[in-house]
Every structure is written in C-alpha cells, then in structure tokens.
Design a protein around this ligand. Structure first.
Ligand code: SF4
Length: 383
C-alpha cells in the first residue's frame, strides 16, 4: 500500500470520531453522516489551526448543512445532460467523464455530493458505454476526467483509462480534475508523473481555496506535475468565512502562481443542498476581482464565474470597466478608478441592429463613485 492510500485509510470518517474530535452532538453527527459522509485525511486535518477556521469549515460537518436540505441536488443539471452513465456533455467540443466515486477528502460544499463516495452512482461498470459515446462523438476533442477524484484510482487503473482515451483519435486534450495536490499532495509521486507524461497533452485542474493550503508538500506536488510538462490550473470556490475577502484571495492567487499553478476560475458557490451557509453576495466576487486586476500580475487573476443554475454553463462576471460607449469612443476606468477616453473605429460593416455588437449612436453611463475624471474626458449626460 502506498503512503497516500494509508493516509486515506486513517481518515476521520465515523460518527464516533466526529463526536470525539470535533465535539459534534451524536444525534447531529448521525444526521450529518446520513446526509453526506465525512472524510478528513490526516494531512488535511493537520492544516486546521483552530476550531471554525477556513480549513475546518471546508471539511468538518456542520449543523448548518441540515438547514437547507430542500435545495436542489443537481443544481447544474449534470444528470439531465448525461447521454450515457458517467458522461455529461454540456459544451459542444468537451465532455465531462466521471471515472471514480471516491475523493481524498469530502468537501462540505461539494456540488456533486449526490454522487461522490457512492460507487453505485459513479460506477466503473459503466466505463465501457462512456468510452463508446466518446468514440462515436467525433466533435469531442477535450475530455475532463473527474468524479469523485480520478487520482483516487491506482496508477494501473488510471493508466488503463488513459490508454483507452488515447486510442480515440479525435480527443486532443485530456484534463484531470483533481483536488489531490491540495488535500493529499502525497498522492503526486514520481511513478504517477512518469506514467501521466506518456499521455500528453495532459492538463491538471486542481482546487485550492485558501492560502493555508499552500504548504511545502503541496508546492512539491504541483512542482512535480509542472516538471512533467503538465500545466496546472486552479479552480476555487468563493465561500463565506473561508476566502471571502480580497487580501485572502490575493495571497492565494499570488501563492499559487509562485508554485507554478495558474489561477483559472473563482466560482460563485453553487446552489447545492446543504451549502447555503457558504454563499456570498455576487458583489463580493466582483469586489475581489476588482482588487486583483491591475494590482497583481494578470497571470494570477482568474475569471469570476457563475455556473448557471439549470445547466447554462459558466458565465464570467466582470466589474464594470466600461463607463460609456458610442460609435466614436469608449470611456473606461482603470484599476485605480481613473477615467480614460479611447477613440473607436466605426464598424461600417455592422448595420444589423439586432447584433450584440451594433452600437447605437447613444452612450450609456454607469455611475462610479470612486472614479476620478480627468478634465479632458467628459462623461456624457444621457437623455
Ligand atoms: S474533492 Fe471535489 S468532488 Fe470530491 S468532495 Fe471535494 S469538491 Fe466534491
């Protein structure tokens, strides 16, 4: 057994352990266990500094989860967009491929908690029909392996899946969605990296949410992936009490970039059952992006997105940088809230009023309390 597998085996998971370690009332711990089991491996447990801290909040079951169990189980409609078991085909050229039900840690905010940890819901028996679907759909050029966590598979099992995917000629890119570099970095071994690099182009999307997760161990893990030629991106979830302040996010994004992980997305928390207490106002995400863009390297600035309820996909949100615009000019503010005018070039070819990009000869205006207007720029008055 490898070290990481032993660590999984030594995870905190039973009701008895929840009562003993975290002081949760037995009756509540039982209800939480029925709702969504706990798994906190010894590595991640060691990152907790005090009860209720940002690490604790992500992994220790909380009574608040039982308050909104009427929320949707599948807020992103993944199951309705699943043509065969284990596949979600939402975007034209990409497919989500669920390969395993287990995770190195069960995150209390998980969007897929209806399935993770349950091998009957992400069954390996269905892999054949999933491969067949991927073979038949030649428009799919990018496959995202997820779960659960694909790196919970042994190297041998993972390699079998990768070999099979690589036999499908139209699949160009394989992505692994894995939280292991963050929650159990011991999983990233030389042996794993040597195997993965036989199947390039491989990308890894990992999931760090807080600067305390950036440890020597996780730095080593992401460094090994990068040394194997695997670009590593990070998706994080914006959560109340975990990372909902600009300084925390700034430290996280800069820290990730320094360990060769490119910040990719900040997600607005999904409307997931048992996770309402993590939700933040949308303005918080916009404030965070505003505090990053221009203030730190553009390489460290992720997209802030809402994964649209009902399966609409990821929709990016930006703070307002365009104050006004017409055929002739655009009026913008920069990261310091100074205002600039840029002369536009009229698009003579676009006379289609229904086009999104057709510009009516009228300016729209956004009020910016913070904006500093230089004398030469006039913010237009609207009728
Ligand atoms: S690792 Fe991912 S899939 Fe597993 S519980 Fe955490 S968020 Fe959910």
């Amino acid at each position: 057994m490898e070290l990481w597998q032993e660590m999984i085996r030594n995870s905190v998971s039973s009701v008895d352990q929840l009562v003993e370690k975290f002081g949760i009332k037995r009756e509540v711990a039982e209800q939480l266990d029925n709702f969504f089991q706990a798994r906190i491996n010894p590595y991640y447990l060691s990152l907790i500094r005090y009860p209720g801290d940002p690490i604790w909040k992500q992994c220790v079951p909380d009574e608040a989860e039982l308050m909104d169990i009427d929320a949707p189980e599948d807020p992103l409609n993944e199951d309705d967009m699943s043509p065969v078991p284990n596949i979600t085909h939402r975007y034209p050229d990409r497919a989500l491929f669920l390969v395993y039900s287990q995770c190195g840690l069960y995150c209390r905010f998980c969007t897929r908690k209806r399935k993770v940890g349950d091998s009957s819901k992400i069954s390996m028996k269905n892999l054949e029909s999933a491969f067949k679907y991927l073979e038949e759909h030649t428009e799919i050029t990018d496959v995202i392996m997820s779960g659960g966590d694909p790196l919970m598979l042994t190297d041998v099992m993972l390699e079998k899946i990768l070999q099979r995917l690589r036999q499908i000629k139209h699949i160009q890119v394989i992505r692994l969605g894995t939280k292991m570099p963050c929650v159990l970095p011991q999983r990233i071994t030389e042996k794993l990296c040597n195997m993965l690099k036989k199947y390039h182009p491989i990308y890894v999307n990992t999931h760090f949410n807080h600067p305390w997760e950036l440890t020597e161990e996780s730095k080593k893990a992401t460094g090994m992936l990068a040394d194997s030629g695997i670009p590593v991106g990070n998706q994080c979830v914006l959560m109340k009490g975990v990372n909902d302040d600009p300084q925390t996010m700034r430290d996280l994004m800069k820290g990730l970039l320094a360990m060769r992980v490119r910040p990719y997305y900040i997600y607005q928390a999904d409307l997931t059952k048992g996770a309402n207490h993590f939700r933040t106002p949308i303005s918080k995400g916009l404030e965070i992006i505003d505090s990053l863009r221009g203030h730190i390297s553009g390489l460290a600035v992720p997209h802030f997105v809402i994964d649209a309820p009902g399966g609409g996909g990821k929709i990016p949100l930006l703070p307002e940088y365009v104050l006004a615009r017409d055929d002739n000019k655009i009026i913008l503010r920069n990261y310091k809230y100074n205002i600039y005018e840029y002369p536009d070039v009229k698009d003579e070819s676009n006379n289609d009023e229904s086009s999104l990009y057709y510009r009516k000869p009228k300016l729209r205006k956004t009020i910016y309390k913070k904006a500093k207007t230089p004398k030469q720029v006039k913010i237009p008055v609207l009728q």
